[in-house]
Unconditional design. Structure first.
Length: 367
């Protein structure tokens, strides 16, 4: 092991290095993981992606903390529920897999391929539906009630409209919502008024073992007799769709997991100024359109035979998702049925939604 770390290092220095690794919380983890951890904050020049994400964090960190403070009385209330309660309420079996699931994002492919209508017309029995908040109202209007709704965005100006509709009141008592502790309080309050059941969790912002960790702080503030370690923290991958996928396999023991509406990209001819992150990018580039182009890249999806346009946010989402795929248990099968976008790679099977539904239905019939 010493030769692996660095040749020529004295035994004394090696022991010091080993102790530092243990002190950093990496005693049982590989040297590679620890060394990568050490260089996270080391860069000679800040990348465009780093600039974008730093600007985003600076804009949103105060909002996230304010949301958490406002949600805290509800989180610590006598009737509050956490993700562990969801296991009981959905009667999740101990041994995986518990059956198929589909995670529904809000990408444009839903409309292009009528995916929501397909679910309304031919959703097989036993298929768990996990919806992002963005797509809740369209589902309910089609008469489709998801088994779980996922909400992690803290900006109420963006997501308040996703839950503000009479159809939410009509079906509110049937809704279960996995809600981030820094989620938008007006959205939480609207869902509570509608009768939805809220299951709280913390997004995993950072390594809770590191000094000054926001995740560790939040967990500490939610400790109670019910939750001695505080609310559970979930690796969200940056967006509600990835969070739904994590919950599907890590908590609810589901497989195979279909994905729809997770484009994580734009058509290559999409005007840059119409993309979601362009306001932040424009600010970083002082409104220079040519400089803004450096924050975008094209990627070719070989499974679909077509390219996609990614901004730095979608590029990061895609990278995180592929990294999480590397760590899933072997029984987890992920099928991207989006039929568009940038999500492909090891651990992902690409196929149309119709084929996924047929596969699920045939398994149900033969059971």
């Amino acid at each position: 092991m010493k030769d692996f770390v660095v040749r020529g290092l004295s035994d004394s220095d090696f022991r010091k290095l080993q102790k530092r690794k243990e002190d950093d919380g990496f005693g049982e983890r590989s040297w590679k993981e620890w060394l990568e951890h050490l260089v996270v904050d080391v860069a000679l020049e800040e990348s465009l992606s780093d600039r974008f994400h730093r600007a985003t964090r600076e804009k949103l960190s105060d909002l996230w903390l304010a949301n958490f403070a406002r949600n805290l009385p509800l989180i610590m209330g006598p009737d509050a529920r956490a993700l562990g309660d969801l296991l009981l309420d959905l009667q999740v079996p101990g041994a995986p897999p518990a059956g198929p699931a589909i995670v529904i994002g809000g990408g444009p492919s839903l409309r292009e391929h009528r995916h929501l209508e397909m679910l309304a017309e031919s959703c097989p029995p036993g298929l768990m539906l996990i919806a992002t908040d963005r797509i809740l109202i369209p589902l309910l209007r089609l008469g489709v009630i998801p088994d779980l709704v996922v909400s992690i965005d803290g900006d109420h100006e963006v997501i308040a409209r996703f839950v503000d509709d009479p159809v939410v009141d009509q079906h509110g008592s049937k809704l279960r919502v996995a809600m981030a502790s820094m989620g938008a309080p007006p959205v939480v309050e609207r869902l509570v008024r509608a009768g939805a059941t809220i299951y709280w969790f913390h997004p995993l912002f950072d390594d809770p073992r590191r000094q000054g960790s926001l995740t560790a702080l939040q967990r500490g503030m939610t400790r109670s007799a019910r939750w001695p370690q505080g609310l559970p923290a979930v690796s969200c991958g940056g967006h509600a769709g990835a969070t739904g996928w994590v919950l599907a396999h890590a908590l609810l023991k589901r497989s195979p997991i279909g994905l729809i509406g997770l484009n994580l990209g734009y058509p290559v001819d999409e005007p840059l100024e119409k993309t979601q992150c362009y306001p932040v990018i424009s600010e970083l580039t002082s409104g220079d359109p040519e400089a803004a182009r450096a924050y975008f890249t094209e990627i070719y999806n070989p499974d679909l035979g077509q390219p996609a346009l990614l901004d730095v946010m979608f590029a990061e989402f895609r990278r995180h998702f592929l990294e999480m795929l590397e760590r899933v248990p072997p029984w987890v099968r992920t099928c991207n049925c989006t039929q568009g976008g940038s999500l492909f790679g090891p651990g992902i099977t690409t196929l149309p939604l119709a084929r996924f539904l047929e596969h699920v239905a045939s398994k149900e019939t033969s059971a």
